[in-house]
Design a protein around this ligand. Structure first.
Ligand code: PLP
Length: 477
């Protein structure tokens, strides 16, 4: 590339740029068009390949080692998903292709919606939301539209104090007020408390299920009965659906709207904020409000349907994160319903295995029940010896592991939230547990040693607060 669009400072505060072989005289007065050769470094292909391979090696991914990041469901992502998503008919499809030329993609989305309907037991699905959080936002907009159509004014959403931070954030974005509900010492919601809190102005309870401590909300059906009796709805944050996909339908718990995190439960590489896909499934009373377009089927042909007078409107350009939809579809088809059940069983078994292997070495803040997909420890036994969850998380990096989610949920002081997922072998789980125990012993002998970890990474321990408060943003090193 000899010449290209380039920004150049022509005088203080002024930016000029040049266009390759293009004459745009009408722009010249204000933009100072110039012709200039770009000073890009000339590199050979092997140099470029080595550069990016090195960067990839410095990164950490599930393809390298165990990644027990609680709540995030970092399971192995089968390569067949990527193969399917990169098929030229999918990857090369222009989003504005007429429906008649994109029947395959529309059929895939229609069938994926049907599978999500079957798994949830609910009546209608939108695949549009681009993340779990956007699914929450969509669900809450639907709830808001529902009450508006009924002429009811309900302003509050109840949220347990263990919830993921996106829950209250989505409420605020939608204009609802958040009422925080404390969980009991058993780690679940209390019926009495819900009974007391559901007043006439409550629109819904937003409940993560299984909850963020990894527990089944045992009274969820009774809770939904209370809500429905008082005219309120039950929103389910389904990001932890890995624990019961194929085992139970949320419809049976009385859920009115649920979002799924396809990038977690149905395996797409994710992390660092994306990419994601957070479809919502709803009861028929919320269906008229779903965002446009929805995919409709007429005999054997499929179409995007924009003609929905009560819809909350568009959420994003086109039809969601299509590549993730293809991956989720491929994953579901590969596993089938039986495979999905086995996935959920294994995820639960693996989390409980870690729980029982580590429970004599780390304190369990909510010890009374079995967990589902994840287990939470705290650092109270280690604090006595002068080291913390953060020190142990940093030391795990030296042993080649991604640390678990730490200091979340906020109700657990010094929390370590471990989610192994179903895709790990017993050997991997044992090796990880051995290292966790070893690190705890290292700290008891010499807490200062742990305080300086990690020792083997490219970047040693950073002052994260300082880095966030005083970011150094450079264009060229
Ligand atoms: C991951 C997660 C979310 C948010 O999903 P994103 O795709 O990251 O926006 C919400 N709730 C729970 C319980 C989660 O684990």
């Amino acid at each position: 590339m000899e010449e290209a669009l380039l920004f150049e400072k022509t005088s203080p505060g002024r930016i000029g740029y040049s266009l390759p072989a293009l004459d745009v005289p009408q722009c010249q007065p204000s933009l100072h068009l110039q012709r200039k050769t770009l000073s890009l470094p000339e590199l050979s292909e092997p140099d470029v390949v080595r550069h990016y391979t090195r960067l990839a090696q410095w990164n950490f991914s599930i393809d390298q080692n165990f990644y027990p990041l609680g709540s995030c469901t970092m399971k192995y992502n089968p390569k067949i998903n990527d193969w399917a998503a990169s098929l030229p008919g999918f990857a090369g499809l222009h989003p504005q292709t007429p429906d008649s030329f994109s029947q395959g993609a529309l059929k895939l989305m229609y069938e994926l919606s049907s599978m999500i309907k079957n798994l949830s037991g609910l009546d209608a699905v939108s695949l549009l939301p681009l993340a779990g959080a956007q699914g929450e936002y969509t669900g809450l907009r639907l709830i808001s539209a529902y009450y508006e159509a009924r002429g009811e004014k309900r302003t509050k959403i109840l949220i347990p104090d263990t919830a993921h931070g996106t829950n209250p954030a989505s409420c605020s974005l939608t204009g609802f007020c958040v009422v925080k509900i404390p969980i009991t010492s058993e780690g679940i919601l209390s019926l009495e408390r819900i009974q007391k809190e559901v007043t006439k102005d409550v629109a819904a309870l937003m409940l993560t299920h299984p909850n963020t401590l990894g527990y089944l909300e045992e009274n969820i059906k009774e809770i939904s009965d209370i809500l429905h009796e008082k005219g309120a709805l039950l929103y389910c944050d389904g990001a932890n659906f890995n624990a019961f996909a194929g085992l139970a339908q949320v419809r049976d718990f009385g859920v009115d709207v649920v979002q799924f995190n396809l990038h977690k439960t149905f395996s797409t590489p994710h992390g660092g904020g994306g990419p994601g896909s957070g479809p919502v499934a709803v009861d028929k009373k919320l269906e008229p409000f779903l965002p446009v377009p929805i995919i409709s089927k007429n005999h054997d042909s499929y179409a995007l349907n924009w003609d929905r007078p009560q819809s909350i409107g568009s959420l994003s350009a086109f039809y969601g994160n299509f590549g993730i939809l293809v991956r989720a579809y491929t994953y579901m088809k590969t596993l089938g319903l039986e495979g999905m059940r086995r996935m959920a069983h294994m995820a639960i078994l693996n989390a409980n295995y870690i729980r029982s292997r580590l429970k004599n070495h780390f304190h369990l803040p909510y010890p009374k029940r079995f967990c589902l997909h994840e287990t939470i420890f705290d650092d109270s036994l280690q604090n006595k010896h002068g080291f913390t969850t953060l020190d142990m998380a940093k030391r795990l990096l030296d042993y080649g592991y991604h640390p678990p989610t730490i200091y979340f949920p906020l109700v657990v002081h010094g929390s370590m939230m471990i989610e192994p997922t179903e895709s790990e072998s017993k050997q991997t789980l044992d090796a990880f547990c051995d290292v966790m125990i070893k690190i705890s012993e290292e700290g008891k002998k010499n807490p200062d040693f742990l305080k300086k970890a990690p020792y083997t990474t490219k970047v040693r321990r950073v002052d994260e607060v300082h880095a966030a408060r005083n970011p150094k943003l450079v264009y060229k090193a």
